[in-house]
Design a protein around this ligand. Structure first.
Ligand SMILES: [Zn+2]
Length: 304
């Protein structure tokens, strides 16, 4: 897998090394045309400098740079947030919250929350994307297959997932979708297809029983030939990478939050050729993602 050279730590520090630089960068990302009142849409405002609050001239609504965003009411300095974005996006395998806690200098609990907030931003961002044209699809269980068990049957502590890659380019897939699903019944496959694939897409599978229903779900479904099955496929390669990455970085992940961990991997993969841009892009997505208090963060996510 070819990964581009990302941003160096020195560059990160020169761009987002202190509070003022981060504020300026975030302001431009949130309000590129200048402050707009989140309440009434007016662009006339004054800045209460000592409190770092923007006040709308028309309705007197007061907003801070981060209010109403994923950073809402965070006590953590913005340069620590940017360092978190950097560490989450620039390494191939991500970073665990205990490592993040050491690198950024925040408590483990705060690091967990910061990391999951950034993963939530990725989840909401990638949720809108759909794969199109020719897609290779496979099923798997996160946490490995039950030893001696049959394929397609899970056990407790395992999360059924779908992995899909588009095959637009000749040499390598462009986009990947990693989805936590309830199971592989046709109802769930229908829900997944509607949400993740553009209409009229062609789906290639190994012909496992559960995928036969795809024919009835408005997909053009093609089953791999025996010759194709012998070749190493991208979905299998990527699935191995996901498993190795999750095991290496996190040892084990809470199945409750599997969707977020999968999205983190998917998000980086889908942007692997724009590694340096990923920092500003994730910061942009973050100021356009609504707040997510920790008590909600701790609940299982149900989106893909
Ligand atoms: Zn207003």
């Amino acid at each position: 897998m070819q990964f581009q050279k990302g941003m160096s730590l020195v560059e990160l520090m020169s761009k987002y090394g202190d509070e003022d630089k981060c504020r300026e960068a975030l302001f431009k990302l949130r309000w590129p045309q200048g402050f707009i009142c989140p309440e009434c849409g007016s662009k006339y405002y004054c800045e209460l400098k000592n409190r770092r609050v923007y006040q709308c001239n028309r309705c007197h609504y007061q907003a801070t740079l981060t209010s109403g965003t994923i950073f809402h009411s965070s006590k953590v300095a913005l340069n620590k947030w940017f360092l978190t974005i950097y560490l989450t996006t620039q390494s191939k395998n991500g970073i665990s919250s205990s490592e993040l806690s050491r690198e950024v200098g925040v408590s483990q609990n705060t690091a967990w929350s910061m990391k999951h907030k950034m993963m939530q931003v990725m989840l909401e961002r990638d949720d809108e994307k759909r794969l199109s044209e020719t897609i290779e699809l496979d099923d798997a269980y996160l946490g490995g297959r039950r030893s001696g068990g049959k394929r397609g049957r899970g056990s407790e502590g395992m999360s059924p997932i779908l992995i899909a890659l588009d095959e637009k380019a000749e040499e390598h897939p462009q986009y990947m979708k990693l989805s936590k699903v309830i199971g592989f019944q046709s109802r769930e496959l229908r829900r997944w297809r509607k949400h993740c694939l553009a209409p009229g897409s062609k789906v290639i599978t190994d012909g496992l029983q559960c995928f036969r229903t795809l024919d009835d779900l408005g997909c053009i479904h093609e089953i791999k030939t025996d010759e194709d099955k012998k070749r190493l496929s991208w979905v299998h390669t990527m699935l191995e990478n996901v498993k190795i990455s999750i095991k290496g970085t996190y040892h084990a992940i809470g199945i409750k939050h599997a969707a977020r961990y999968l999205t983190e991997f998917e998000y980086r993969f889908n942007r692997r050729f724009k590694l340096e841009d990923m920092i500003a892009r994730l910061a942009y997505a973050a100021v356009h993602t609504p707040p997510m208090p920790q008590r909600f963060l701790k609940l299982a996510e149900n989106s893909w």
